[in-house]
Design a protein around this ligand. Structure first.
Ligand SMILES: NC(=O)c1ccc[n+]([C@@H]2O[C@H](COP(=O)([O-])OP(=O)(O)OC[C@H]3O[C@@H](n4cnc5c(N)ncnc54)[C@H](O)[C@@H]3O)[C@@H](O)[C@H]2O)c1
Length: 344
């Protein structure tokens, strides 16, 4: 979108998937981003979609996502449908020449993600941002700032902890890696400014009879520059939601601290409230994410996690899954970054 165009009117956005995450994005775009207007929604659950449409004032509603993508009143698309639809819907947006913010993961496999990168490169400019939104969390950004300032010296290790309160059903290793740990894999690359080249995954299944499931997953890895890393992904902690990272350098360390609420001392107890889920923990990050996206659409300067980031996170994810299956460490072959995706 040209600057001149952008200055004339708000960016008209169509949102695909109006469940928990899509509903939050719609609310944030409507209430927190003056430059955006949600004009269209798509969901196979028509009743849910109409409820969200009534709240945000979207005038176009479709049970067929392609119809939303094609609609001339839609300038840009936000995809918050379930993971298995992401790759095809993102491809459809590229084919239509429309910018898209696709929730993570970009695809379910690296091969699918690679096809998106190729389509975008063939299109000739960046259209895709991926919802790897830890980049918009103020605490993560502070750690990144410290890392980039050199204050930590050479950074030797990354540690990520991702604790979920409880899953509604048992999750497979594949699902835990591609749906949950993919966030942490991206943090591990982005914060360290380095690529993961070798992974080793172990997990605790929900039951010994279902070794394909993962209640807790541990990923250990090595970076290209010699640093090491570890991610613990707990799918059923039973008490709340926490996400934290720690970088350990030669001259210092930096870490986030999810526990920001007041410490209460009462009746011989010291306690602190723990957030329920990602919508609470990353409330601010989700607002900053869509605000930055809309700003990038107005200025024409792409921002945030790209299709390339979505692709590389899936390359690492594929290796993590293969490692869990085989019990062996796996190398990750990272291709040379295409010019279009190089970060300043
Ligand atoms: N970035 C994050 O931190 C974060 C957090 C939660 C979820 N997510 C991602 O957001 C996406 C949605 O997750 P959710 O928790 O909102 O799930 P959800 O089940 O609450 O919502 C999904 C919605 O998509 C609709 N839907 C299903 N198939 C569709 C189709 N073909 N076209 C249009 N709509 C369709 C469903 O009816 C539902 O309303 C997932 O990809 C998930 O991984 C990201």
């Amino acid at each position: 979108m040209s600057n001149q165009h952008a200055s004339q009117r708000r960016v008209r956005i169509g949102v695909i998937g109006t469940g928990g995450m899509g509903g939050r994005h719609v609310r944030n775009l409507t209430n927190e981003v003056a430059a955006a207007q949600v004009v269209a929604l798509s969901d196979v659950d028509a009743a849910r979609m109409q409820e969200v449409a009534a709240a945000c004032g979207a005038v176009h509603t479709f049970t067929d996502a392609q119809a939303l993508i094609n609609h001339p009143a839609v300038d840009a698309v936000l995809i918050a449908a379930p993971d298995r639809f992401h790759a095809a819907l993102t491809r459809a947006c590229i084919d239509a020449g429309k910018p898209v913010l696709c929730e993570k993961p970009l695809a379910l496999t690296a091969a699918e993600a690679r096809a998106i990168v190729e389509a975008e490169v063939a299109f000739g400019r960046r259209l895709v941002q991926v919802g790897l939104m830890r980049e918009y969390d103020p605490a993560h950004l502070r750690v990144k700032q410290l890392m980039d300032s050199g204050a930590l010296g050479k950074v030797l290790a990354f540690r990520g902890v991702h604790i979920n309160g409880g899953a509604l059903s048992w999750r497979t290793v594949e699902d835990v890696v591609t749906n949950s740990a993919v966030h942490d894999l991206h943090s591990a690359r982005w914060l360290m400014g380095d690529e993961i080249v070798r992974v080793y995954t172990t997990h605790v299944p929900y039951s010994p009879e279902r070794p394909d499931t993962a209640r807790l997953l541990l990923i250990q890895f090595a970076y290209r520059n010699g640093a090491v890393g570890q991610i613990e992904c707990n799918m059923e902690a039973g008490y709340g939601y926490e996400v934290d990272v720690k970088l350990t350098g030669e001259t210092g360390s930096a870490e986030t601290n999810s526990l920001q609420s007041a410490v209460v001392r009462h009746q011989n107890q010291r306690s602190q409230w723990i957030e329920q889920d990602w919508l609470q923990r990353f409330e601010t990050a989700y607002v900053h994410e869509v605000r930055a996206w809309v700003h990038s659409l107005q200025t024409g300067v792409p921002t945030g996690p790209s299709a390339w980031d979505g692709y590389v996170s899936m390359l690492v994810a594929d290796a993590c899954i293969a490692s869990a299956r085989t019990g062996q460490p796996m190398d990750v072959e990272i291709p040379r970054t295409a010019e279009m995706y190089k970060r300043a």
